[in-house]
Unconditional design. Structure first.
Length: 530
């Protein structure tokens, strides 16, 4: 059932007496990392980047104490709480969860995210990602996506969304009108979706429409253009959805019937402020449909510049009051003025970390996937006399210390004859493979998404490891893509056997080796992608 914000008289009264600065604060969600303890004042929402649980609990309480109107406490719980709350339960990324093909598991992970984060005071998450992973080279979507096919993405993202919202957490579907259709990064520039109107409606548009029908409370537009439903400016450039009245009012509010809250993506991203002046963008986003701005620079210059746009007529007090009223009304409806939100569970259930970890183990077990095995290499028995080389071909490999330790440790449970090479170069790899120095080479390949680099493929000198012809010699080679789920598409011919794990948590390496050796069955059917 669609979610609808109903603006009450109490909500209008709450914002009626607010000054221009107070109204701006109510429609902005800065990040705590930029505001800090020294500059805390009342805002409509505050985003908290990863910290330890104890620290988060302290700073959230400090912020809440500054607010007369209950604030929205925000995080990015895209797949469980562990990536944003240090020490909370960690899960594989959304594509891994989606690869389980289990709505029950997706709902449970959403529930766990809501409960663990809710204990600290969080009430809003910018998740789930609803983008389709159409372009394998998308530097933003990839493993964050619920899948390639609309029906599967709707099923899995919808279950995760319901798990969140049934347990007191406001969910957000993003990034309207759909990221993942370009190899460009909207942190840097404005990607353009080159779909016609009908193709959009049957693809990303279908996902957003059906998740809205299922009750999504907020939508985050991306800094992404959609010419099929828009018009270019005087430069011939199509605007990002962030400031497009045609996309936010006519398409999202009108055709799709969305009546919840619209929150911009971070306004400092190049897809927005590379398109137009920073402060003009902030004013236009509010005037053209966004209810709240994410991560604006809340310094004195911001207030001065926005006041100039108020005086020039680019921004109006009517708009500010309307946006603030919608935000306050949402807080009322979601029960933030009461001790227990109406959407929360009716019978409080004590948080059970052991049960959450069991769910995480299940997700790992059911998501690790044998994507390709042309020569029937698996299962491959590893015994104490088996000589194994673990090769690491990953950009920024210094960031993956825990993964490398886990992989070497887990291989070492089967044999003490294991070596690990990081970025060895093609010549050294050719020598090892040609001389059959090892009985098996396990190659960890690919890296996490890294926003702002505009590339997800192997690149720079690290990519040269895939030269030299070492993958086609006598030594058996197993590739493991721990993060980027489409490595096999790039190396179509040279990679014969590859497993996807969709992330690395405490259980992943152990379950991976059990699957490699045949101790556990391995999934062979791809649900989340082709």
């Amino acid at each position: 059932m669609k979610y609808r914000i109903v603006i009450t008289e109490q909500a209008r009264e709450a914002v009626e007496g607010l000054s221009f600065r107070q109204l701006l604060n109510q429609v902005c969600c800065p990040t705590y990392g930029r505001i800090g303890e020294q500059r805390l004042e009342e805002f409509g929402a505050m985003f908290f980047h990863p910290m330890e649980r104890e620290k988060l609990e302290t700073v959230i309480r400090q912020f809440q104490a500054c607010c007369t109107i209950p604030p929205l406490i925000v995080s990015d719980l895209e797949c469980g709480p562990g990536n944003m709350i240090l020490g909370a339960t960690k899960f594989p990324y959304m594509m891994g969860l989606s690869q389980t093909n289990s709505e029950e598991l997706a709902y449970e992970v959403g529930k766990i995210a809501a409960m663990e984060a809710g204990e600290l005071g969080y009430n809003w998450t910018f998740s789930p990602v609803a983008d389709l992973a159409d372009d394998p080279d998308s530097p933003v979507v990839g493993m964050r996506s619920p899948g390639v096919k609309p029906e599967h993405a709707i099923k899995m993202a919808g279950a995760y969304l319901q798990g969140l919202q049934d347990h007191g957490m406001i969910g957000t579907i993003k990034h309207f009108p759909g990221d993942g259709w370009s190899s460009l990064d909207h942190h840097l520039t404005t990607p353009v979706i080159r779909l016609g109107a009908d193709a959009w409606r049957s693809g990303p548009g279908r996902v957003f429409r059906e998740l809205i029908e299922r009750g999504a409370i907020t939508v985050m537009p991306g800094h992404i253009a959609l010419p099929a439903f828009d018009e270019p400016d005087e430069r011939g450039l199509y605007p990002p959805a962030t400031v497009s009245r045609r996309l936010l009012f006519d398409l999202l509010r009108g055709e799709l019937g969305f009546e919840g809250l619209i929150v911009s993506d971070a306004v400092e991203m190049g897809g927005a402020v590379g398109f137009m002046n920073y402060y003009d963008l902030c004013a236009d986003a509010l005037e053209n449909g966004c209810d709240m701005l994410l991560f604006p620079r809340m310094d004195e210059r911001f207030y001065r510049e926005m006041e100039q746009r108020l005086n020039s007529g680019r921004l109006s007090m009517i708009t500010l009051r309307e946006r603030a009223s919608r935000i306050v009304a949402l807080k009322e409806q979601f029960g933030l003025y009461r001790s227990e939100p109406p959407h929360a569970r009716t019978k409080p259930v004590p948080f059970n970390r052991m049960a959450s970890e069991q769910v995480a183990e299940r997700v790992v077990d059911e998501s690790i996937t044998l994507v390709r095995d042309r020569q029937g290499l698996l299962p491959f028995p590893i015994r104490n006399e088996t000589k194994v080389l673990h090769v690491v071909i990953m950009n920024n490999h210094d960031r993956y210390g825990e993964l490398l330790e886990r992989m070497k440790r887990e291989i070492g449970r089967y044999t003490d004859r294991v070596d690990q090479w990081v970025d060895p170069g093609p010549d050294r790899l050719f020598q090892a493979a040609a001389d059959q120095t090892y009985d098996l080479i396990i190659c960890s390949i690919g890296s996490r998404l890294s926003y702002g680099l505009n590339v997800v493929r192997l690149h720079d000198e690290v990519a040269r490891n895939m030269m030299g012809g070492w993958t086609k010699l006598a030594t058996p080679i197993l590739f493991v893509a721990h993060y980027h789920p489409f490595v096999h598409k790039e190396y179509e011919a040279s990679i014969d056997t590859i497993i996807n794990t969709y992330g690395d948590i405490e259980y992943t390496a152990g379950r991976l080796l059990q699957a490699v050796t045949g101790e556990r069955p391995i999934k062979r059917e791809l649900y989340a992608h082709d």
